[in-house]
Structures are given as structure tokens and as C-alpha cells.
Design a protein around this ligand. Structure first.
Ligand SMILES: [Zn+2]
Length: 396
């Protein structure tokens, strides 16, 4: 696009571009849980562990080219939806080595001019002791190979505190931001979030820290939640809620009443914590659906998380960028031009309709335009066959 091109945005709402702060582009589009042995069925069987097992069985067989192609398709879908910054977690460990990270660096090379792509190295277990030596060194190798952020899921280790220490010390030594999978469980005893906040406050860890999921916080007594939320705010930790996957995976087969797999959104926000929304999984062993659209995440934050539409949009735009360590991008002269123009007159309409007509701008340049055509014929008259004056048989 020439710098002086004019684009007519009549009928569009101009918004700060969304960002996707939490997804797994190495897993996307593998096929849903049903085809891969993940959780599914109308009986509500399975859950996160079933999904992880299905993914572990699948990932052994996938190639760099396969990961690159799926990730590329998903990333372009996200850009079309408006996301001009994406953070993806990518598995690293003895099973797959660095193949998945390399596939994502390929994607960054191919379409890095259309978006900012951040790669979080998500290491396998074990990480502790002599048995974890290879996984620990692969985590460091992944950072050298192009990963930007230290990830991991310390709450799933038998010793979460020791695992947290390893991950945070690795990040400190590499001067890397951190984005951990935290307490993705309805078990209220899981409180890695509180530990993470204390770790950051105790050490003065100077890099950006993000805690994703934080599901158990939504199951704890109000005084515990308030205390943890205050410490998380003090530590400057951002929280990313992932409604699609956590509404699907958590509380399957749970006796009534069924809890929601969402973090304590209102309490975190009231404490001053930056709370973002992420799409997490899409059409993989963890989630049979997902359409790579931040508007979908935002609408779930409204319906299931009880945010207002404006706060929900903030969670998938400004807050998402903050959680990714990126500057926010208000729609005003002089601000970085990360913009989404969507055919709608209000934010509610944009979210409710998931309007397809969108123009997406990254660093001041148009990077994607989607046009949606709808046509109502004046009447449903029979269609004539070519060369005939008579209506075709059976047409209407
Ligand atoms: Zn995740």
C-alpha cells in the first residue's frame, strides 16, 4: 500500500488491533479430540490429562514441515481476525528436540512482516534432578534457536516449587520474560500463582512475567483470592484467561453444580492486575472448535466471565499486548498504527456478529482485508437453463 493511499472506512468501527497472547500453534488444526483420543463424547469423559496424552502420542510423528504449514495457516487466520501480535507456546524436550521451535521460526521468517510473533519455549518434564538435565539444556537451546520467552507448567510437577525455581532461574540467567501455565486445574490446593508472585517480589525479577490460565484461583475462598490477587498486582504479573479451552476441558464429568474453568476475573481486575484473554487451542486434542478470532475469546469473556463488552475487548487488545510486553496502541494520531477496522457500528455488534468484513493494519500497513458478500435475490424465481426459455427441471 502506498503511504498516501486513502481507504474508505465508511460503515466500519476503527479499533486498536487485537493481540493473541496465548495459543499453541504447534498443536492447532491436528483434528479434534475425537479423532485423536482426546476428551470428548456426550458423556463428558476425559479432561486436560486425556488431551495431553493424546497430544504426546501425536507429536512423536509430526514433522517440521507439517507444524510449519498448520501454524502458518492458523497465524494467517489470526491476522485476518485482526491480531497483529501473537504469542505461541511451543513444546521443547527430549521427544521432539527443537523441531517445533524451528517450525515456528520458519513461520516468523515467512510472515514476520504481517505480525509480531513471539515464541514461548514450553519444556517437557522432567525438569528436576539428573533426569531433567536434557530437558533443561534443550530449554536453553530453544532460547538460542529463536524462542523469546521461558514457559513451562510447574504446577504439574510433583514438586511445583522446585520446578518454578528452575524455570525462573533459567529466565533470570537468560534475561528472558516468562509465561507459565499456572494452576490449570479446579483443585483449590494448587497455588503456584501465589508462589510465583512471592518469587518475583522476593528476587526483584526484572523481566515481564505472565501467568496463563490460573483456573484454581476461581475455586478458592474469597479471602485467599483477594490476598493472592493483591500480591500478583504488586508483582506486576499479567494473567491470561483462556475461556475456550478451559470451559471445554475443566469440570468434565464433574458432579452438579458444574464449576467454570475460569480464573477469578473480577477479583484480579479489582486488584489492578492486567487480565488478558487468549484463544489457547483450536481444533486439536484440547479443543474441537476455535475459530482463531479474538472476537470469539472476547464474547466468551462476556458470556462466561461477566466482563462488559468494552472490558472484554480491552482484554484481547490492550491487556493482551501488555501481557506480551508490547506497548499499547490507542487509536490516536502518533500512536503505533496497529488497527482493526470492522464492519459494525458498536463494539457489541462487532462481537455479536463476529463481523467478517475486516481490514487489519500492522505498523501502518494494510496486512489483510476480508470482504464478505451477502445477496438476497429479489424473488426465488426458477432459473432458466442456458439456451432455453423454460425453467430448468427441479430448480426453484
Ligand atoms: Zn496453553
Amino acid at each position: 500500500m502506498d503511504l498516501f493511499d486513502l481507504i474508505d472506512l465508511t460503515g466500519h468501527l476503527l479499533l486498536p488491533a487485537p493481540a493473541e497472547p496465548h495459543c499453541h500453534l504447534d498443536k492447532v488444526l491436528l483434528g479434534g479430540p475425537g479423532s485423536l483420543g482426546g476428551p470428548g463424547g456426550d458423556d463428558g469423559r476425559g479432561g486436560l490429562d486425556t488431551a495431553v496424552a493424546a497430544w504426546y502420542a501425536t507429536r512423536k510423528t509430526i514433522s517440521r514441515a507439517d507444524v510449519r504449514d498448520r501454524a502458518l495457516r492458523a497465524a494467517l487466520e489470526l491476522v485476518a481476525g485482526g491480531a497483529t501480535a501473537i504469542r505461541t507456546h511451543v513444546d521443547v524436550g527430549v521427544t521432539t528436540g527443537l523441531v517445533l521451535v524451528e517450525a515456528l521460526t520458519d513461520v516468523r521468517e515467512l510472515i514476520g512482516d504481517r505480525l509480531d510473533l513471539q515464541i514461548v519455549a514450553f519444556p517437557d518434564f522432567p525438569l528436576r534432578g539428573p533426569a531433567g538435565a536434557d530437558n533443561r539444556s534443550l530449554l536453553v537451546d530453544a532460547l538460542a534457536a529463536g524462542a523469546d520467552v521461558v514457559g513451562g507448567a510447574p504446577y504439574r510437577d510433583e514438586d511445583p516449587s522446585a520446578c518454578l525455581d528452575i524455570l525462573m532461574n533459567t529466565a533470570a540467567a537468560r534475561e528472558s520474560p516468562v509465561d507459565l501455565h499456572v494452576d490449570e486445574t479446579l483443585d483449590p490446593r494448587s497455588n503456584t500463582l501465589g508462589e510465583l508472585a512471592e518469587w518475583v517480589l522476593r528476587t526483584g525479577f526484572p523481566h515481564a512475567v505472565t501467568a496463563s490460565h490460573c483456573v484454581s484461583l476461581g475455586t478458592q475462598p474469597p479471602d485467599v483470592v483477594a490476598r493472592t490477587a493483591a500480591r500478583v498486582a504488586q508483582a506486576g504479573i499479567s494473567v491470561v484467561a483462556c475461556p475456550q479451552t478451559n470451559l471445554y476441558l475443566q469440570a468434565r464429568n464433574h458432579p452438579l453444580p458444574v464449576p467454570r474453568g475460569l480464573t477469578a476475573l473480577a477479583q484480579l481486575r479489582a486488584a489492578g492486575v492486567t487480565v488478558a484473554g487468549g484463544g489457547d487451542n483450536a481444533r486439536d486434542p484440547f479443543n474441537p472448535l476455535g475459530r482463531f478470532d479474538p472476537m470469539e475469546t472476547a464474547s466468551l469473556l462476556v458470556l462466561a466471565g461477566h466482563l462488559t463488552p468494552h472490558s472484554a475487548y480491552d482484554a484481547v487488545s490492550h491487556a493482551a499486548r501488555t501481557a506480551m510486553g508490547l506497548p499499547t496502541t490507542p487509536v490516536e494520531p502518533g500512536a503505533p498504527a496497529e488497527l482493526l477496522a470492522v464492519r459494525a457500528d458498536t463494539i457489541e455488534a462487532a462481537m455479536a456478529n463476529a463481523a467478517a468484513d475486516r481490514l487489519v493494519f500492522h505498523r501502518g500497513r494494510l496486512v489483510c482485508r476480508t470482504r464478505h458478500e451477502r445477496f438476497f435475490p429479489l424473488s426465488a424465481r426458477p432459473v432458466a437453463e442456458p439456451g432455453s426459455r423454460r425453467p430448468a427441471e427441479g430448480t426453484a
